[in-house]
Ligand binder design. Structure first.
Ligand code: NDP
Length: 479
């Protein structure tokens, strides 16, 4: 399978003709090549985008909206094909790709097709001075969108849809580890009637093609989702160029369980919030804190449920835990198991490499639950981004709040309780951008999405992201 860049509505080879191997996580085999693009490819993509911007930015909003709706329909029409590709490229169970990743990619386009028709700006009557001020919300121009490998098409389209809905043209780079569905999107854009050059997809390494997008002097805004260290690099490259930046970074999210919760619902959901997508979701609750009275019961039931999760080939409909995304990532996650043990953590289950018959070289591991006695350990403070959770008891609301807030990250938190006053107190006091109470990852695309501290800067979702992808201009008229 040869993947090409998608520039100005055409599939093209990288200018320098360099290629990168693409691995299938389920069996560790190379099954394709992707472009090793350079700054030259980014430049060609930029020129196409700049040229398309002239007409795209002035197209009536209803026309843009219709094209995005067609694109959403086409993604749904191709759901099976896209889900199989996503699973093959990323290692995630195909049933997850069919029910979450691809439907959400379609929903991203449909949501922003509608949202842009409802987006409005403000006006202010300046009483006493006989003037009226109104705000224009104009597209920025050419913007850069850079996305990670964990939810490939889901997060790629989460950026592209609002960017183009708002009238911008895009130079985008998916993760070099999972390029396949982004590649397939090009063909669907063409079928949907998206004018050439509105979306340009450049594949390749982050430090090369990604960096070239960030450093391009005329790409005026960067929307990035990925690791915190990469986010810091991007911020330092973008700052002297005065770019608008949206950074969605890592997390180390607490899952706080009080004894008065709805136990059955909590247990089912905690299984998902710990291990969905092999734990490779920035929103996973990887630090689980359980109120003392419930701790022993939770420990027994949870470990029992985790040991019963099916680890297997992503194509198998019975698979709960597929392959991790890459060999390097598997090694990193397994290293953390050793670190946790050295720090005094007790491995209650999992944490080992698993060989699936017939797919010996695949990147599989068993989901791990580690009991820790202190929140100060690395396993409890650093983002592992794999099927690993720590569990720890707590005695009081004050204690758990203090521990939950102590980490450098602040993306999301989950709280399990049926006490309304505690819900209110906790959700006000916890340091993060998103709080779920008695649920997890229930998404309404109108809400602000993002984190604080090392989890990022800015918010995606709803009108927040449409504000990001437009420049406000105030006009003052004296009458
Ligand atoms: P990375 O930060 O390694 O990469 C993200 C993207 O940035 C990739 O496309 C990558 O390319 C590219 N990139 C890398 N270096 C640069 C650079 N110097 N300039 C520009 N682009 C660059 O993250 P991962 O792909 O490993 O994704 C996992 C991380 O993403 C986790 O930390 C996770 O928490 C975070 N994440 C955050 C979410 C949120 O909403 N807050 C949601 C999902 C994930 P390449 O792949 O070639 O390196």
């Amino acid at each position: 399978m040869i993947i090409q860049n998608f520039i100005n509505g055409q599939y093209v080879d990288p200018i320098a003709d360099g290629w990168i191997d693409n691995y299938c996580p389920a069996d560790g085999e190379v099954y394709g090549k992707i472009p090793d693009s350079s700054a030259d490819d980014v430049e060609v993509a930029y020129i196409a985008a700049r040229s398309a911007f002239k007409s795209w930015s002035i197209l009536p909003v209803e026309e843009r909206s219709k094209i995005l709706l067609r694109l959403a329909d086409l993604i749904e029409d191709n759901l099976e094909r896209l889900a199989e590709a996503e699973s093959e490229d990323n290692g995630k169970p195909v049933k997850l790709a069919k029910t979450v990743d691809i439907p959400r990619a379609a929903q991203n386009f449909r949501f922003f097709a509608h949202a842009i028709t409802q987006f409005s700006s403000e006006s202010h009557e300046t009483v006493g001075l006989d003037a009226i001020n109104y705000t224009l919300r104009q597209p920025i121009g050419v913007v850069g969108c850079i996305s990670p490998w964990n939810l490939p098409l889901y997060l790629f389209t989460w950026k592209i849809a609002p960017a183009i809905a708002a009238g911008n043209c895009v130079v985008a780079k998916p993760s070099e580890i999972t390029p396949l569905t982004a590649h397939m999107l090009g063909e669907l854009c063409d079928k949907a009637g998206l004018p050439s050059g509105v979306l340009n997809i450049v594949h390749g390494y982050g430090h090369k093609a990604g960096q070239a997008i960030v450093e391009h002097p005329d790409i005026k805004a960067i929307s990035f989702t990925g690791g915190t260290q990469t986010g810091a690099k991007i911020a330092s490259a973008a700052a002297p160029l005065f770019k608008k930046l949206s950074l969605e970074l890592g997390g180390k999210n607490p899952n706080i369980i009080f004894a008065d919760c709805d136990y059955k619902n909590m247990l089912e959901t905690t299984l998902r919030s710990s291990f969905a997508n092999q734990g490779q979701i920035c929103l996973c609750g990887s630090r689980i804190f359980i109120e003392q009275d419930l701790y022993e019961q939770f420990k027994i039931d949870f470990v029992d449920r985790v040991e019963n999760l099916q680890i297997g080939h992503p194509n198998d409909e019975n698979t709960d835990i597929g392959a991790l995304v890459s060999s390097d990532h598997l090694d990193k996650v397994l290293d953390y198991i050793e670190i946790a043990k050295e720090e005094g953590g007790k491995l209650l289950c999992g944490g080992e490499r698993v060989i699936i018959k017939g797919f010996d070289q695949g990147y599989y591991m068993s989901p791990a639950v580690i009991e820790v006695s202190t929140d100060e350990c690395r396993a409890n403070r650093e983002e592992i981004f794999g099927p690993v959770v720590t569990i720890m008891p707590f005695k009081s609301e004050e204690e758990v709040l203090n521990i939950a807030n102590k980490v450098d990250y602040g993306l999301s938190a989950t709280i399990w309780t049926n006490d309304l006053n505690r819900t209110m107190r906790m959700s006000h006091a916890i340091h993060c951008g998103i709080v779920w109470v008695n649920t997890w990852m229930l998404r309404d695309l109108r809400t602000p999405f993002g984190g604080i501290k090392n989890s990022g800067v800015g918010r995606e979702g709803g009108f927040e992201v449409l504000r990001f992808f437009t420049e406000p201009k105030n006009v003052c008229i004296k009458y």
